[in-house]
Design a protein around this ligand. Sequence first.
Ligand code: 4AD
Ligand code: MG
Length: 510
Amino acid sequence: MNDELFINTVQKYPAVWTHPTNKEISGSCRLLNFFKEMFKNIFLNRLRTRTFDLISYNSRNVVTGIENIHNNDIGKEVEFKGWVKSVRKHKENIFVDLSYGIVKDKVQILIPLKLNPQVSPGTSIAVKGRLHLSPRGQIELLAERIKVFGKCSMEEGYPFAPRKTYAPEYVRQYLHLRPRYNKFSSLLKVRSAAELVIHEYFNSEGYISVHTPILTSNDCEGAGEIFKVIPDNEALLTDMVREKVPLHEAFFNTKVFLSVSGQLHLEAAAHSLHKVYTFGPTFRAENSKTRLHLSEFYMVESEIAFLEKLEELIQIIEELIKSVTKSLLNRCEDDIQLFCTENKISFTWLDKNFPILTYSEAIGILKSNRENFKTDIDYNKGFSKEHEIFLVNYCGGSPTFIINWPKVMKPFYMKECEDEDTEVAALDLLAPGVGEIVGGSLRENNYIKLKNRLPKLSEQLEWYLDLRKYGGVPTGGFGLGFERYLLFLLGINNIKDTIPFPRWPHNCSL
Ligand code: 4AD
Ligand code: MG
């Protein structure tokens, strides 16, 4: 390919071109250095901003690319790079739909047969030519030169035919090729936007992001669903081992696990920063092969100091979910629509208050409708999935809070209810079709009560007690399962189809 042509065209028609070239960047750096020398620190900040503007201006054009092309661009010379989505052969030309990956619209390319195009769906190409108007009034690219980067053919095993719809189970067999399947690439775009919007929300509300560790010596939830981490190197362990330390704990001098929740560390930060959150991977060693469980998933957790009432926490969670969903609907309407039409999802709940039931009320409702269930209703065992989904429907189909849970069913850190010490001020948020998407509570801030409820390995959690001992305050927080939220948002049936590379019992391929 002719790089000179590429650079010239970038300068002439920045709105439709690809990445800024190294030459451009190095050019702007030279300019920057020149000015730096001249004005030293005085104008440095301003110049930095200008350089950033220049780069982000170009990269913004990459993202918006084809959408920015207007009729007055007709006749301009441009280049597109991408993957062939479909091919239609005519007498003298072939028509190719090319996908960038980063823009929602595909570009139609008209390639004269005399260019001898060797393109089948999935092939990666660069194509240069001029924009023109098709007889149907669409802007398309009339190819003048084409370069094939990588061929792709179904005969050799590529699993996706153009314009064909496949069952998620089929697509899931090809985790490494799945990002190329249209619907899954839409999922990845929505997932990325959702992450961004969540960060934006917390940032705009004054929360501080805190990276909690993935390697930890505590089992926050106390359910024993933890993966142990040890170096896969016996010689190293033998070399490191100290007196009275078991060989497999030689690396850290203690047992270490993959985190089941960043909550306890987040609480430490909240005792200084007031409002904090974390968004990262979480691991659960539970033998659940359901459509709602992963061994590795992402959790959005938040912790708020000086929070005394469960109602305040409810408000924060409801506001987060509504606000994030509204922003997402604005940001990637087309990709979301792709799922919602097929999965019959509506967003009427956005304009309603989320209903609230106490745990006892919920059990009462289930008992008076027991003929609807295959699973038993037991006050001490919590809800089965069919119970959760029934409760949401019973309350009108909006996400529903269940509050004030029996103490015996919940982890040690949850605060006792003021008027009923067999219950804790905890909440689960149940979503339509999914069930639990959020778990949270007020935290026990009474030093003595907390000490008495600490799990057996309590010497590992002395530090957690210290949070109450020194300048302790009432706190509360919650964890939103990110993939469960995506299930709910998009009406997807199986959680394995909401994460790029799912891990679940007996499955950790790639
Ligand atoms: O209810 P959980 O276990 O709560 C906690 O971990 C608290 N420490 C959070 C906090 O208060 N900071 O988990 C929170 C959410 C669940 O509501 C669910 O959405 C999701 O995490 N979750 C899972 N998602 C996918 N696969 C699994 N195996 C999950 N386990 C929990
Ligand atoms: Mg829970």
